[in-house]
Design a binder for this molecule. Structure first.
Ligand SMILES: Cc1ncc(COP(=O)(O)O)c(C=O)c1O
Length: 396
C-alpha cells in the first residue's frame, strides 16, 4: 500500500533531543509556563538568529498581537499589511480595533510590493493618516524585498514587523529573516519547518529591546503587578509558552539547519524533474537570498492546459497532500470593507467561484499550487509526486 505523503508534517530529531529536554522538565517538575527550557529556548534562538531579544509565546499569532500592543496600535489606527498571507498576520490588527490596509505583492518576490507600499504611504498621507506599523511577510520562506521595504519604513519613520512565521532559516546576505525589521515573529505550529507542537516567538530588534520584551512578557503573563496579591492595572493575556513545549522547540532548533537543507533539496528535486514542463514556473528566489523553501510552490501560465486544480486532484487521488496558494486577505469576505493598494489599474474579479481578481496577489493565488514539501519525503516519494504531475502534461 502506498504511504500518505503530507504537505509538511512534524519531524522530530532522529537523535531524540526533544525528549531529553522534556525529560529534564519532568525530572525537575518544571511542568509550567516557565522554566529552564523557556529561558534557554529564547536565548538560543536570539543567538542563532542574531536577534536583540526573543520572547517565547503560545503562538505566532500571539506574537503578532503582542508586538502590535508594544507599538501602541489601538482603535482608529491604520496598519499596512501584506495581502498575500495567512489570516493570522492580519487578525491581531482587528483584535486591537485598528484597521488593516492591505498591500499587493510584486511578481518578482511574491511578497509586498515596495512600489505599492509607497503608493499606500502617499494615499494615506493625503488623508492625514500615518500608519502605526507595516507588516511584511516572507511567504513560503521566500524572502521579501526587505531592503527596499526597510528603506521606505525608515524614511516614513514607521516601525516594520516581519512575519517570519514561515521563513525561519531564510537569509538575505547571510542575515536571518525576522531580524531586519524592528520586530520579527516566528511560528512553531505543527506544519512549520521546526515545530514545538504549537507556539511562537517574538523577536525584538529595537534599541530598547530589553524594555519592550519585558513589557510583552508582562502582558503575556496576565499583566500581574509586583505585589503579594494578584494586582492588575492593565488587561493581560495568557500567552506564555510552556516549559514542555519549549523543550520540544530547543530540540528542534538543533536540527533547523538540516531541515533547511532538506527543504531546499526538495525544491531542487522538483525543479530538476518538473522544470521542463511547459507553462510551469517555480516560486522566485531573490538575488542574495537563501530561502528555507518551507513549501515549494509553483505557478501555471494562464494558457497552460493543466490547471492548479488538476494537479491537486491528481495528487489527492494518489493520497498525496498539496494546497492552493493562500487566498489574499483583500479577497476574504471578513476583510471586504478594508482598503487594498495595488499598482494594477481596473481591479476586477476574474474567477467568480474563488473570487480571485487581477491583482498580482490574486493572480498568484489563482495560478498556484503548494507542492508536498515534507522534510521526511524520500527520493521515492518525490519521484512518485513528479510522476503524477508529469502524467498530466503527457495526457495533454
Ligand atoms: C504567515 C503566517 N503568519 C502567522 C502565522 C501564525 O502562527 P501560529 O499558527 O503559530 O499562530 C502563520 C501560521 O500559522 C503563518 O503562516
Amino acid at each position: 500500500m502506498k504511504q500518505h505523503i503530507f504537505l509538511s508534517s512534524p519531524h522530530m530529531s532522529e537523535e531524540g533531543y526533544e525528549q531529553e529536554y522534556i525529560k529534564e522538565a519532568f525530572d525537575t517538575n518544571w511542568i509550567a509556563p516557565l522554566g529552564k527550557n523557556v529561558t534557554e529556548f529564547e536565548n538560543e534562538m536570539a543567538e542563532k538568529l542574531g536577534a536583540g531579544k526573543a520572547v517565547a509565546l503560545s503562538a505566532g499569532t500571539a506574537a503578532i498581537h503582542m508586538v502590535l500592543k508594544a507599538i501602541g496600535v489601538s482603535q482608529g489606527d491604520v496598519v499596512f499589511c501584506q495581502s498575500l498571507t495567512f489570516s493570522a498576520t492580519a487578525n491581531p490588527i482587528v483584535y486591537e480595533k485598528a484597521t488593516p490596509v492591505f498591500i499587493d505583492s510584486d511578481a518578482e518576490s511574491w511578497n509586498m510590493s515596495p512600489e505599492a507600499l509607497e503608493v499606500a504611504f502617499e494615499k494615506y498621507e493625503k488623508l492625514g493618516k500615518k500608519p502605526k506599523a507595516v507588516i511584511v511577510v516572507h511567504l513560503y520562506g521566500i524572502c521579501a524585498k526587505i531592503k527596499e521595504i526597510m528603506e521606505i519604513c525608515k524614511r516614513h519613520q514607521v516601525p516594520l514587523i516581519e512575519d517570519a512565521a514561515e521563513s525561519l532559516g531564510t537569509t538575505y546576505h547571510g542575515k536571518y529573516t525576522g531580524t531586519f525589521g524592528d520586530y520579527g515573529i516566528i511560528s512553531f505550529n505543527g506544519n512549520k519547518i521546526i515545530t514545538s507542537s504549537g507556539g511562537g516567538m517574538l523577536l525584538v530588534n529595537t534599541e530598547d529591546a530589553e524594555e519592550k520584551a519585558k513589557k510583552v512578557l508582562y502582558w503575556a503573563t496576565q499583566a500581574r503587578e509586583p505585589a503579594r496579591w494578584y494586582q492588575h492595572t492593565e488587561i493581560g493575556y495568557n500567552y506564555r509558552m510552556s516549559n514542555i513545549v519549549a523543550g520540544i522547540g530547543r530540540g528542534q532548533l538543533k536540527v533547523l539547519d538540516t531541515r533547511v537543507e532538506k527543504k531546499r533539496y526538495i525544491y531542487e528535486y522538483y525543479q530538476k524533474h518538473l522544470g521542463d514542463l511547459a507553462g510551469l514556473h517555480f516560486m522566485p528566489m531573490m538575488e542574495g537570498t537563501k530561502s528555507n523553501c518551507w513549501l515549494t510552490s509553483v505557478q501555471l501560465d494562464d494558457g497552460c492546459k493543466v490547471k492548479p486544480l488538476d494537479i491537486m486532484l491528481a495528487l489527492e487521488e494518489d493520497d498525496v497532500e498539496s494546497r492552493p496558494i493562500w487566498k489574499p486577505m483583500h479577497l476574504q469576505p471578513v476583510f471586504a470593507e478594508c482598503d487594498f493598494i495595488s499598482l494594477e489599474a481596473g481591479l476586477h474579479v476574474v474567477d467568480e467561484e474563488t473570487g480571485a481578481d487581477n491583482s498580482v496577489s490574486g493572480q498568484i493565488f489563482e495560478h498556484g499550487v503548494c507542492m508536498p514539501s515534507d522534510s521526511k519525503m524520500t527520493d521515492e516519494d518525490l519521484e512518485r509526486v513528479c510522476d503524477v504531475v508529469r502524467e498530466l502534461w503527457e495526457q495533454m
